[in-house]
Design a protein around this ligand. Structure first.
Ligand code: NPW
Ligand code: ADP
Ligand code: K
Length: 512
């Protein structure tokens, strides 16, 4: 059983090394720690792939690298051997770290075959990958690269120890080539790569194996300078505006001004409105072009619709002159807007309200230059770009986009806004360098309109709190949106989560 508090931390390879070094310096023998860690992994493998009752054994190919990841793999190999598995080792390296060499010698003495060619493992039913862990820093070359490519094509389950070999522990980038794992046992603490979109297809199912690194050592290393956080359910839930105070009234539960839609993109306005409905916001006002008014009334009878004059092509021409931003606790703007309402976006940027910009509002902002205008705002700004919008806003961060976490951090620091970089693992960056990543989501959300739902939901949540708590609400919105997707996908498959359906799962996701 993992300690629940361990799940919140995220470390780089360097931080992990520093934490482990403290443990070793305090007296824990390296060999003892390896034994403990690898025994835990071996147990998990036996639980996942028990020896079948019908046959007397199961053949397991164990891929062994030169460092301590290879040492872990050799301990796993030995344990599985003693439990009755037929173990075959692949280790093409001639020079191993000392401890790893000892384990290799012992495995050989037990009669476990060790080969330098991968072909001998071709008929194995299962693979354990202990080639490289957090020590990998340069590209993998042949013959190991070819061996990895081959094992990937065999279509058998591959269980990676610590991280799929070939992935960079921090960026999740593939260094030459990488194991495509079906299951990865992340050792001790979540490594950064597990939260990077580019690593996801290699990780398979992920699992943290807690091996009792003392909290004091983790905190001593991460201390105040750890800026990368994993959004955990308990904390995200605590951001929900629940329970409501018994004697509260609608005007105390936030009034959101949602500016969206055009004749061309009508659905975006409806979806954002339904997202806002899900948030439970006290009052919802929606600014739309005239021709959307009746339709919106039908879909969102509770919304106050502020219909605006429209351009020839059906975009909002301008806001009503009498609009008073101070009547609202937050403004959200963007879904379905088109690029025409430039002046409108400038007008809301000038307001002193917390402001969420999404979709076309971001594309308009990109033309104005976010680094110029956002730091001048007197209230917080939240930007929710997908990677395409992100690059329009911050074109010079294109290199950083291969490390989404670094990219989000730079953008927030440079613009002074909270930047919600959307994708498979949404990263929420604050101007002070803190970044919060949502670890659980579903590709069911990769579908037109699901971002519109998020805008409404997040807008509705931030309208309900005082601006100092904004960052917590942004995290809660991202977590909630993903949870609704997960629940909907569970009941309807990943194909059954269109954006409207997603809105219908917001409340059930809280009840689950
Ligand atoms: N700290 C601990 O004791 C604990 C660690 N634990 C386990 O240890 C793992 C970290 O072990 P690690 O530091 O030995 O690094 P690892 O990932 O095995 O690989 C580094 C080796 O690979 C080599 N190498 C690198 N790149 C290469 C390339 N492209 N092609 C070829 N060779 C390359 C590099 O050699 P060198 O750079 O010197 O040539 C070095 O020998 C960690 O992930 C976890 O599984 C746990 O048991 C808990 C306790
Ligand atoms: N593979 C994925 N896994 C999890 N979530 C995803 C994935 N792809 C997209 N999403 C989420 O779906 C939403 C898509 O938003 P966006 O790109 O703005 O789409 P749209 O503008 O069509 O609504 C974002 O919240 C994003 O994080
Ligand atoms: K590995």
């Amino acid at each position: 059983m993992n300690r629940p508090e361990i799940e919140q931390f995220i470390v780089t390879a360097e931080q992990m090394r520093a934490i482990e070094n403290r443990v070793f310096d305090a007296g824990m023998p390296v060999a003892a720690l390896m034994e403990k860690v690898a025994t835990l992994v071996a147990r998990r493998i036996q639980a996942l792939y028990p020896l079948p009752k019908s046959a007397n054994t199961l053949s397991v190919g164990v891929l062994v690298g030169p460092g301590h990841n290879g040492g872990d793999a050799l301990v796993v190999a030995r344990e599985l051997h003693f439990r009755g598995y037929e173990v075959i080792i692949y280790c093409p390296f001639t020079k191993l770290k000392e401890l790893t060499q000892h384990h290799a010698n012992y495995a050989a003495s037990l009669g476990i075959p060790i080969y330098q060619e991968i072909d001998f493992l071709q008929n194995c039913a299962l693979f354990v990958d202990g080639l490289f862990g957090f020590g990998l820093e340069r590209a993998i070359k042949d013959p190991v690269a070819t061996a990895i490519a081959l094992v990937n094509t065999w279509g058998k389950p591959i269980l990676s120890i610590d991280i799929p070999s070939g992935l960079h522990t921090d960026t999740g980038a593939v260094l030459g080539t990488a194991i495509s794992a079906t299951h990865t046992f992340c050792l001790g603490l979540w490594k950064l790569a597990f939260l990077q979109d580019q690593a996801l297809e290699y990780l398979g199912q992920v699992e943290l194996v807690d091996f009792d690194l003392p909290l004091a050592d983790i905190e001593a290393v991460l201390g105040n300078f750890s800026k990368v956080h994993r959004i955990v359910t308990e904390q995200a839930k605590s951001g929900l505006p629940l329970p409501r105070p018994p004697a509260v009234h609608k005007y105390k539960l936030g009034h959101l001004l949602l500016i969206c839609g055009s004749r061309q993109y009508t659905g975006a306005a409806i979806l954002a409105g339904l997202g806002a409905r899900g948030s439970g916001v006290g009052m919802l006002s929606m600014v739309v072009p005239q021709s959307l008014k009746l339709l919106l009334n039908r879909h969102l009878p509770e919304a106050l619709v502020i219909d605006c004059p429209e351009t020839e092509s059906g975009a909002i021409a301008h806001l009503p002159p009498e609009i008073d931003f101070s009547a609202y606790q937050a403004i959200a703007c963007g879904p379905g807007l088109t690029m025409q309402p430039m002046l409108l976006v400038k007008q809301i940027l000038d307001s002193d309200r917390p402001l969420l910009l999404d979709a076309d509002a971001l594309n308009i902002l990109a033309q104005i230059d976010p680094r110029q205008i956002l730091p001048q705002r007197s209230a917080p700004t939240i930007l929710t770009p997908h990677p395409g919008e992100f690059l329009r806003l911050f074109p010079d961060l294109i290199m950083d986009l291969s490390n989404r976490i670094a990219a989000g951090q730079s953008a927030a620091q440079q613009s002074g806004a909270i930047v919600v970089l959307k994708g498979a693992r949404v990263a929420i960056a604050e101007p002070d360098g803190n970044i919060y990543i949502n670890p659980d989501s579903t590709p069911a959300l990769a579908r037109g309109g699901s971002g519109d739902v998020l805008t409404g939901l997040m807008g509705g949540l931030i309208a309900q709190v005082n601006p100092e708590n904004l960052i917590a609400q942004v995290q809660t919105a991202v977590w909630w949106h993903a949870q609704a997707g997960i629940l909907a996908a569970k009941e309807r498959t990943e194909l059954g989560v269109d954006a409207f359906t997603l809105t219908q799962y917001l409340i059930p996701a809280l009840q689950a």
